[in-house]
Design a protein around this ligand. Sequence first.
Ligand code: SAM
Length: 336
Amino acid sequence: MTPLDTLRRPLRDLRISVTDRCNFRCGYCMPKEVFGRGYDFLPREAILSFEEIARLAAIFVQLGVEKVRLTGGEPLLRRNLDRLVAQLAALEGLRDLTLTTNGSRLCEEAAPLRAAGLRRLTVSVDSLDEATFRAMNDVDFPLHRVLTGLDAARAAGFRPIKINMVVQRGVNDGEVVALARRFSGADFILRFIEFMDVGNTNGWRLAAVVPAAEILARLEREFSLEPLPAQYRGEVARRYRQRDGGGEIGFITSVTAPFCGDCTRARLSAEGRLYTCLFAGTGCDLRTPLRAGASDAEFAEIIRAVWSARTDRYSELRTAATAGAPRKVEMAHIGG
Ligand code: SAM
Protein backbone atom coordinates (compact mmCIF):
# COMPACT_ATOMS: atom_id res chain seq x y z
CA MET A 1 0.00 0.00 0.00
CA THR A 2 1.25 3.45 -0.95
CA PRO A 3 1.68 5.59 2.15
CA LEU A 4 -0.26 8.87 2.38
CA ASP A 5 1.10 11.86 4.25
CA THR A 6 -0.84 14.03 6.70
CA LEU A 7 -2.29 16.00 3.76
CA ARG A 8 -3.27 12.72 2.03
CA ARG A 9 -0.60 13.05 -0.66
CA PRO A 10 0.62 9.67 -1.94
CA LEU A 11 4.29 8.83 -2.48
CA ARG A 12 4.65 8.55 -6.27
CA ASP A 13 7.92 10.14 -7.38
CA LEU A 14 11.51 9.81 -6.29
CA ARG A 15 14.32 12.18 -7.22
CA ILE A 16 17.72 10.70 -6.71
CA SER A 17 20.79 12.89 -6.48
CA VAL A 18 23.73 10.80 -7.61
CA THR A 19 26.36 13.42 -6.78
CA ASP A 20 26.56 16.76 -5.00
CA ARG A 21 29.20 17.98 -7.49
CA CYS A 22 28.61 20.04 -10.59
CA ASN A 23 30.89 21.46 -13.28
CA PHE A 24 28.74 24.62 -13.56
CA ARG A 25 28.49 27.37 -10.98
CA CYS A 26 25.12 28.92 -11.85
CA GLY A 27 24.59 31.78 -9.43
CA TYR A 28 21.02 30.71 -8.65
CA CYS A 29 22.11 27.23 -7.59
CA MET A 30 25.81 26.80 -6.77
CA PRO A 31 27.34 30.29 -6.64
CA LYS A 32 31.11 30.35 -6.90
CA GLU A 33 31.52 32.42 -3.76
CA VAL A 34 30.14 29.50 -1.75
CA PHE A 35 30.93 26.46 -3.88
CA GLY A 36 34.44 27.58 -4.77
CA ARG A 37 37.79 25.96 -4.13
CA GLY A 38 37.86 24.68 -0.60
CA TYR A 39 34.20 23.75 -0.54
CA ASP A 40 33.75 20.42 1.20
CA PHE A 41 32.00 18.14 -1.25
CA LEU A 42 31.05 14.69 -0.05
CA PRO A 43 33.93 12.20 -0.02
CA ARG A 44 33.50 9.21 -2.29
CA GLU A 45 32.75 6.74 0.51
CA ALA A 46 29.94 8.95 1.81
CA ILE A 47 28.09 8.70 -1.48
CA LEU A 48 25.72 5.82 -2.12
CA SER A 49 27.00 3.21 -4.56
CA PHE A 50 24.88 2.26 -7.57
CA GLU A 51 23.94 -0.99 -5.83
CA GLU A 52 22.81 0.92 -2.73
CA ILE A 53 20.79 3.37 -4.82
CA ALA A 54 19.17 0.58 -6.83
CA ARG A 55 18.28 -1.34 -3.69
CA LEU A 56 16.58 1.69 -2.11
CA ALA A 57 14.86 2.56 -5.39
CA ALA A 58 13.40 -0.94 -5.58
CA ILE A 59 11.92 -0.51 -2.09
CA PHE A 60 10.46 2.87 -3.04
CA VAL A 61 8.89 1.30 -6.12
CA GLN A 62 7.34 -1.41 -3.97
CA LEU A 63 5.85 1.36 -1.85
CA GLY A 64 4.18 2.98 -4.86
CA VAL A 65 6.81 5.13 -6.55
CA GLU A 66 6.19 5.09 -10.31
CA LYS A 67 8.64 7.71 -11.49
CA VAL A 68 12.33 8.14 -10.77
CA ARG A 69 14.39 11.14 -11.83
CA LEU A 70 18.18 11.08 -11.61
CA THR A 71 19.68 14.45 -10.82
CA GLY A 72 22.38 16.14 -8.76
CA GLY A 73 24.64 18.16 -8.76
CA GLU A 74 25.39 17.20 -12.32
CA PRO A 75 24.45 13.53 -12.66
CA LEU A 76 26.64 12.96 -15.72
CA LEU A 77 29.72 13.69 -13.62
CA ARG A 78 29.11 10.30 -12.02
CA ARG A 79 31.14 7.79 -13.99
CA ASN A 80 29.35 4.91 -15.72
CA LEU A 81 25.94 6.28 -14.84
CA ASP A 82 24.51 4.08 -17.57
CA ARG A 83 25.13 1.11 -15.25
CA LEU A 84 22.80 2.61 -12.66
CA VAL A 85 20.26 3.43 -15.37
CA ALA A 86 20.31 -0.20 -16.48
CA GLN A 87 19.65 -1.39 -12.93
CA LEU A 88 16.77 1.05 -12.47
CA ALA A 89 15.29 0.41 -15.90
CA ALA A 90 14.95 -3.24 -14.91
CA LEU A 91 12.76 -2.45 -11.89
CA GLU A 92 9.32 -3.92 -12.32
CA GLY A 93 6.61 -1.38 -11.56
CA LEU A 94 8.71 1.65 -12.42
CA ARG A 95 6.82 3.40 -15.19
CA ASP A 96 9.05 6.39 -15.84
CA LEU A 97 12.81 6.83 -15.57
CA THR A 98 14.30 10.17 -16.49
CA LEU A 99 17.32 12.38 -15.87
CA THR A 100 18.01 16.10 -15.53
CA THR A 101 21.35 17.40 -16.79
CA ASN A 102 23.09 20.61 -17.73
CA GLY A 103 23.89 18.94 -21.06
CA SER A 104 27.63 19.50 -20.88
CA ARG A 105 28.46 15.80 -21.32
CA LEU A 106 25.59 14.67 -23.47
CA CYS A 107 27.74 14.32 -26.58
CA GLU A 108 29.50 11.38 -24.97
CA GLU A 109 26.76 10.09 -22.70
CA ALA A 110 23.47 10.32 -24.61
CA ALA A 111 23.86 7.09 -26.58
CA PRO A 112 25.03 4.87 -23.68
CA LEU A 113 22.25 6.23 -21.44
CA ARG A 114 19.66 5.49 -24.09
CA ALA A 115 21.05 2.02 -24.66
CA ALA A 116 20.90 1.37 -20.91
CA GLY A 117 17.16 2.10 -20.84
CA LEU A 118 16.79 5.81 -20.13
CA ARG A 119 13.66 6.94 -21.91
CA ARG A 120 13.39 10.64 -21.12
CA LEU A 121 15.75 13.53 -20.67
CA THR A 122 15.54 17.08 -19.32
CA VAL A 123 18.29 19.53 -20.22
CA SER A 124 18.79 22.91 -18.56
CA VAL A 125 19.35 25.73 -21.06
CA ASP A 126 19.03 29.19 -19.55
CA SER A 127 20.14 31.25 -22.53
CA LEU A 128 20.83 31.06 -26.25
CA ASP A 129 23.12 34.03 -26.11
CA GLU A 130 26.74 32.87 -25.92
CA ALA A 131 27.90 35.59 -23.52
CA THR A 132 24.89 35.25 -21.23
CA PHE A 133 25.14 31.46 -21.23
CA ARG A 134 28.81 31.55 -20.29
CA ALA A 135 28.19 34.17 -17.62
CA MET A 136 25.27 32.26 -16.14
CA ASN A 137 27.14 28.98 -15.82
CA ASP A 138 30.05 31.08 -14.48
CA VAL A 139 32.69 28.65 -15.70
CA ASP A 140 32.74 30.01 -19.26
CA PHE A 141 31.22 26.81 -20.62
CA PRO A 142 30.41 27.27 -24.33
CA LEU A 143 26.79 27.07 -25.43
CA HIS A 144 27.59 25.13 -28.60
CA ARG A 145 28.68 22.10 -26.60
CA VAL A 146 25.28 21.88 -24.96
CA LEU A 147 23.53 22.39 -28.30
CA THR A 148 25.70 19.66 -29.86
CA GLY A 149 24.81 17.50 -26.87
CA LEU A 150 21.14 18.08 -27.64
CA ASP A 151 21.76 16.94 -31.22
CA ALA A 152 23.47 13.82 -29.90
CA ALA A 153 20.51 13.14 -27.61
CA ARG A 154 18.07 13.45 -30.49
CA ALA A 155 20.23 11.19 -32.62
CA ALA A 156 20.22 8.66 -29.77
CA GLY A 157 16.42 8.63 -29.86
CA PHE A 158 15.35 10.99 -27.07
CA ARG A 159 12.22 12.73 -28.29
CA PRO A 160 10.79 14.97 -27.08
CA ILE A 161 13.54 16.41 -24.90
CA LYS A 162 12.46 18.67 -22.09
CA ILE A 163 14.30 21.99 -21.80
CA ASN A 164 14.38 23.82 -18.44
CA MET A 165 14.95 27.55 -18.40
CA VAL A 166 15.19 29.30 -15.03
CA VAL A 167 14.10 32.86 -15.72
CA GLN A 168 15.68 35.71 -13.78
CA ARG A 169 14.73 39.32 -14.23
CA GLY A 170 17.49 41.38 -15.77
CA VAL A 171 19.60 38.29 -16.46
CA ASN A 172 17.92 36.21 -19.14
CA ASP A 173 14.25 37.23 -19.15
CA GLY A 174 14.76 39.00 -22.47
CA GLU A 175 15.22 35.60 -24.06
CA VAL A 176 11.97 33.80 -23.35
CA VAL A 177 10.66 34.33 -26.88
CA ALA A 178 13.99 33.27 -28.42
CA LEU A 179 13.93 30.01 -26.46
CA ALA A 180 10.30 29.36 -27.39
CA ARG A 181 11.27 29.79 -31.07
CA ARG A 182 14.39 27.65 -30.89
CA PHE A 183 12.79 24.84 -28.89
CA SER A 184 9.47 24.63 -30.66
CA GLY A 185 8.25 21.62 -32.58
CA ALA A 186 7.84 17.98 -31.68
CA ASP A 187 11.45 17.45 -30.62
CA PHE A 188 11.22 19.63 -27.52
CA ILE A 189 9.05 20.57 -24.57
CA LEU A 190 10.04 23.88 -23.01
CA ARG A 191 9.61 24.63 -19.31
CA PHE A 192 9.99 28.10 -17.87
CA ILE A 193 10.88 27.85 -14.20
CA GLU A 194 10.32 30.65 -11.71
CA PHE A 195 13.52 31.47 -9.85
CA MET A 196 13.16 29.83 -6.43
CA ASP A 197 14.64 30.53 -3.01
CA VAL A 198 16.25 27.11 -2.71
CA GLY A 199 19.12 26.72 -0.28
CA ASN A 200 20.55 29.69 1.56
CA THR A 201 23.19 30.92 -0.80
CA ASN A 202 21.67 32.03 -4.07
CA GLY A 203 20.84 35.58 -3.02
CA TRP A 204 17.18 35.10 -3.89
CA ARG A 205 15.03 38.19 -4.11
CA LEU A 206 11.38 38.25 -5.03
CA ALA A 207 12.17 41.11 -7.42
CA ALA A 208 14.30 38.76 -9.54
CA VAL A 209 11.41 36.33 -10.03
CA VAL A 210 9.62 36.74 -13.34
CA PRO A 211 6.09 35.47 -12.67
CA ALA A 212 4.86 32.83 -15.12
CA ALA A 213 1.90 35.08 -15.95
CA GLU A 214 4.30 37.73 -17.17
CA ILE A 215 6.25 35.24 -19.30
CA LEU A 216 2.99 33.94 -20.73
CA ALA A 217 1.90 37.46 -21.64
CA ARG A 218 5.19 38.05 -23.44
CA LEU A 219 4.85 34.79 -25.36
CA GLU A 220 1.24 35.48 -26.27
CA ARG A 221 2.36 38.58 -28.12
CA GLU A 222 4.34 36.29 -30.45
CA PHE A 223 2.49 32.97 -30.47
CA SER A 224 -1.07 31.76 -30.27
CA LEU A 225 -1.19 29.51 -27.18
CA GLU A 226 -3.92 27.31 -25.77
CA PRO A 227 -3.90 25.71 -22.30
CA LEU A 228 -3.60 21.94 -22.01
CA PRO A 229 -5.27 19.91 -19.23
CA ALA A 230 -3.16 18.33 -16.48
CA GLN A 231 -2.16 14.77 -17.37
CA TYR A 232 -1.95 13.39 -13.85
CA ARG A 233 -2.11 14.40 -10.20
CA GLY A 234 1.14 15.95 -9.13
CA GLU A 235 2.03 17.33 -12.55
CA VAL A 236 3.89 20.49 -11.69
CA ALA A 237 3.87 22.27 -15.04
CA ARG A 238 1.01 24.38 -16.32
CA ARG A 239 1.05 23.41 -19.94
CA TYR A 240 0.21 25.23 -23.17
CA ARG A 241 0.37 24.31 -26.82
CA GLN A 242 1.25 26.55 -29.70
CA ARG A 243 -1.86 26.51 -31.89
CA ASP A 244 0.11 26.39 -35.11
CA GLY A 245 1.60 23.06 -34.09
CA GLY A 246 4.76 24.68 -32.75
CA GLY A 247 4.93 22.49 -29.67
CA GLU A 248 4.43 22.45 -25.94
CA ILE A 249 5.43 25.10 -23.43
CA GLY A 250 4.99 24.83 -19.67
CA PHE A 251 5.49 26.90 -16.56
CA ILE A 252 6.75 25.80 -13.17
CA THR A 253 5.05 28.36 -10.94
CA SER A 254 6.57 27.34 -7.63
CA VAL A 255 6.69 30.94 -6.41
CA THR A 256 3.53 32.60 -7.75
CA ALA A 257 1.22 29.56 -7.70
CA PRO A 258 2.73 26.83 -5.51
CA PHE A 259 1.62 23.26 -6.02
CA CYS A 260 2.48 21.70 -2.66
CA GLY A 261 -1.04 20.29 -2.36
CA ASP A 262 -0.26 17.95 -5.21
CA CYS A 263 3.37 17.19 -4.36
CA THR A 264 3.98 13.46 -4.41
CA ARG A 265 7.77 13.72 -4.49
CA ALA A 266 10.43 12.32 -2.21
CA ARG A 267 14.10 13.11 -2.60
CA LEU A 268 17.11 10.96 -1.90
CA SER A 269 20.35 12.88 -1.50
CA ALA A 270 23.70 11.63 -2.75
CA GLU A 271 24.68 10.44 0.72
CA GLY A 272 21.40 8.67 1.27
CA ARG A 273 19.24 11.11 3.17
CA LEU A 274 15.53 11.10 2.51
CA TYR A 275 13.88 14.51 2.21
CA THR A 276 10.22 15.17 1.63
CA CYS A 277 10.58 18.77 0.47
CA LEU A 278 13.00 20.69 -1.71
CA PHE A 279 13.04 23.33 0.99
CA ALA A 280 13.63 20.98 3.90
CA GLY A 281 16.31 21.56 6.51
CA THR A 282 16.86 17.97 7.56
CA GLY A 283 16.51 14.54 6.03
CA CYS A 284 16.25 11.00 7.35
CA ASP A 285 19.51 9.06 7.17
CA LEU A 286 19.01 5.85 5.19
CA ARG A 287 22.70 5.17 4.63
CA THR A 288 23.44 4.13 8.21
CA PRO A 289 20.77 1.39 8.30
CA LEU A 290 21.72 0.47 4.73
CA ARG A 291 25.33 -0.17 5.67
CA ALA A 292 24.29 -1.81 8.95
CA GLY A 293 22.37 -4.47 7.03
CA ALA A 294 18.74 -3.39 7.48
CA SER A 295 16.20 -5.59 5.71
CA ASP A 296 13.87 -4.44 2.95
CA ALA A 297 10.97 -4.66 5.39
CA GLU A 298 12.79 -2.42 7.86
CA PHE A 299 13.42 0.16 5.13
CA ALA A 300 9.82 0.05 4.03
CA GLU A 301 8.84 0.84 7.62
CA ILE A 302 11.30 3.74 7.88
CA ILE A 303 10.14 5.25 4.58
CA ARG A 304 6.48 4.76 5.46
CA ALA A 305 7.01 6.46 8.82
CA VAL A 306 8.79 9.44 7.24
CA TRP A 307 6.19 9.86 4.52
CA SER A 308 3.18 9.39 6.80
CA ALA A 309 4.47 12.10 9.14
CA ARG A 310 5.01 14.55 6.30
CA THR A 311 3.40 17.97 6.81
CA ASP A 312 5.58 20.22 4.62
CA ARG A 313 4.16 22.73 2.16
CA TYR A 314 6.92 25.28 2.15
CA SER A 315 6.07 27.09 -1.07
CA GLU A 316 2.53 27.73 0.06
CA LEU A 317 3.77 29.26 3.28
CA ARG A 318 6.67 31.18 1.76
CA THR A 319 6.78 34.91 2.26
CA ALA A 320 8.98 37.44 0.57
CA ALA A 321 11.09 37.55 3.72
CA THR A 322 12.84 34.20 3.77
CA ALA A 323 16.00 35.61 5.24
CA GLY A 324 15.09 34.87 8.84
CA ALA A 325 13.76 31.41 8.06
CA PRO A 326 15.52 28.25 9.25
CA ARG A 327 18.40 26.95 7.12
CA LYS A 328 17.46 24.79 4.18
CA VAL A 329 19.46 22.13 2.44
CA GLU A 330 21.21 23.27 -0.77
CA MET A 331 19.59 22.20 -4.04
CA ALA A 332 22.75 20.66 -5.47
CA HIS A 333 22.92 18.48 -2.40
CA ILE A 334 19.35 17.30 -2.36
CA GLY A 335 18.87 17.10 -6.13
CA GLY A 336 16.81 19.54 -8.14
N1 SAM B 1 22.87 19.77 -13.01
C1 SAM B 1 21.61 19.39 -13.53
C2 SAM B 1 20.98 20.51 -14.33
O1 SAM B 1 21.63 21.55 -14.49
O2 SAM B 1 19.89 20.36 -14.84
C3 SAM B 1 20.63 18.82 -12.53
C4 SAM B 1 20.51 19.48 -11.19
S1 SAM B 1 19.77 21.08 -11.21
C5 SAM B 1 19.81 21.48 -9.49
C6 SAM B 1 18.09 20.73 -11.60
C7 SAM B 1 17.26 21.88 -12.08
O3 SAM B 1 17.06 22.79 -11.03
C8 SAM B 1 17.87 22.67 -13.22
O4 SAM B 1 16.97 22.77 -14.29
C9 SAM B 1 18.12 24.01 -12.60
O5 SAM B 1 18.03 25.03 -13.53
C10 SAM B 1 17.05 24.09 -11.55
N2 SAM B 1 17.34 25.06 -10.49
C11 SAM B 1 18.45 25.16 -9.75
N3 SAM B 1 18.37 26.20 -8.88
C12 SAM B 1 17.16 26.77 -9.08
C13 SAM B 1 16.48 27.88 -8.50
N4 SAM B 1 17.04 28.63 -7.55
N5 SAM B 1 15.25 28.16 -8.95
C14 SAM B 1 14.67 27.42 -9.91
N6 SAM B 1 15.26 26.36 -10.48
C15 SAM B 1 16.50 26.04 -10.09
